[in-house]
Design a protein around this ligand. Structure first.
Ligand code: SF4
Ligand code: F3S
Ligand code: FES
Length: 252
C-alpha cells in the first residue's frame, strides 16, 4: 500500500508588510551656506522595521548627498550616531520606524555641544570631560607577573557602568549640561564609576576629588533624563548617586 503525503495546511498566510511614505523633518546646518539651522523635509519609502539610520542613508544616497551625520558600526556598538529623534536622544541605528508612531519624524543633532554640520556636533568637550576622570586602571605596585584576580561579587559592583559606549546621549540630554557645558556630565561620571568601584584600582580617591569639584557630581539635580536616554540601559542616575555617596562616606 502506498502512503499519501498530506500537504494541505490550514495556517493562514501572514499579511504582507508594505512600506509607507514617511516624512522626515531634519534640522540642517551647513556652515559655509547657512547663518542658522533650519528644517528640511524628505519623504522616504520605509518599512516599519527599517531603522532611522536606514532612512538617513537612503536620503543621503538618493535625495541629498550633502546630508551629514556620523555612523560606523550600524549595530549599537560604536556610539557614533546618537541624535535627537522625535525630541528624544537615541541611536539612529537602534531606532525602528515602527516605534516612532505614524506621524512625521523629526531628526536633529544632540544638544549642548557645538554644532558643526547638520547632525554632527563637536565631541571634543565631551571627550575632554571623559579624559579628565582618568578612565583607565591605575593599580598599585609593580607590573604583575600574572593576571590581577577579582571575585565575581567585586566585578558585579561596577558591571553596569562597563557597558558604556560613549555615545553622549546621556550628557546631551541633561538640562544641567545644556546650561553649563563645564559640568562633567553623566557619561564622564559613569566612566569614573567604572574604575572607582573596581577593587583592582588604586586611584579612586583621585577620581573622587576630581568629581568633588564645582563642576562635578554635585551639579547633578537627579533629573533622570540621562537614565532615560541611555541606549545601553545603564542606570546612570543610580551610578551618579553611588559616586555622591562614596564622596560623603569616602568608603570605596
Ligand atoms: Fe551613552 Fe549610556 Fe554611556 Fe551615556 S552612559 S555615554 S548614554 S552608553
Ligand atoms: Fe543630569 Fe542625569 Fe543628573 S540628566 S541632572 S546627570 S540625573
Ligand atoms: Fe554604531 Fe549606531 S552606528 S552605535
Amino acid at each position: 500500500m502506498t502512503a499519501t503525503l498530506e500537504t494541505t495546511s490550514t495556517a493562514e498566510t501572514p499579511a504582507r508588510i508594505e512600506p509607507r511614505d514617511v516624512t522626515f523633518k531634519i534640522r540642517r546646518f551647513i556652515p559655509e551656506i547657512d547663518e542658522e539651522p533650519h528644517w528640511e523635509e524628505y519623504v522616504v519609502s520605509a518599512y516599519p522595521t527599517d531603522r532611522v539610520l536606514d532612512a538617513l542613508m537612503k536620503i543621503k544616497g538618493e535625495q541629498d548627498g550633502t546630508l551629514t551625520f556620523r555612523r560606523s558600526c550600524g549595530h549599537g556598538i560604536c556610539g557614533s550616531d546618537a541624535m535627537r529623534i522625535n525630541g528624544r536622544n537615541r541611536l539612529a541605528c537602534k531606532t525602528l520606524i515602527k516605534d516612532l508612531g505614524t506621524g512625521d519624524i523629526t531628526v536633529e543633532a544632540i544638544k549642548g555641544l557645538p554644532l558643526e554640520k547638520d547632525l554632527v556636533v563637536d565631541m571634543e568637550p565631551f571627550f575632554a570631560a571623559y579624559r579628565a576622570v582618568k578612565p583607565f586602571l591605575i593599580p598599585e605596585g609593580h607590573e604583575p607577573t600574572k593576571e590581577r584576580l577579582q571575585s565575581a561579587e567585586d566585578r558585579a559592583i561596577f558591571d553596569d557602568t562597563t557597558k558604556c559606549i560613549l555615545c553622549a546621549a546621556c550628557t546631551t540630554s541633561c538640562p544641567v549640561f545644556w546650561t553649563d557645558e563645564q559640568y562633567f556630565g553623566p557619561a564622564a561620571i559613569v566612566a569614573a564609576h567604572r574604575f572607582i568601584f573596581d577593587s583592582r584600582d588604586a586611584a579612586a580617591e583621585t577620581r573622587l576629588e576630581i568629581l568633588n569639584e564645582k563642576e562635578g557630581v554635585w551639579r547633578c539635580r537627579t533629573t533622570f533624563n540621562c537614565t532615560d536616554a541611555c541606549p545601553r540601559g545603564i542606570e546612570v542616575t543610580k551610578a551618579i548617586q553611588q559616586v555622591k555617596r562614596a564622596l560623603i562616606f569616602r568608603r570605596v
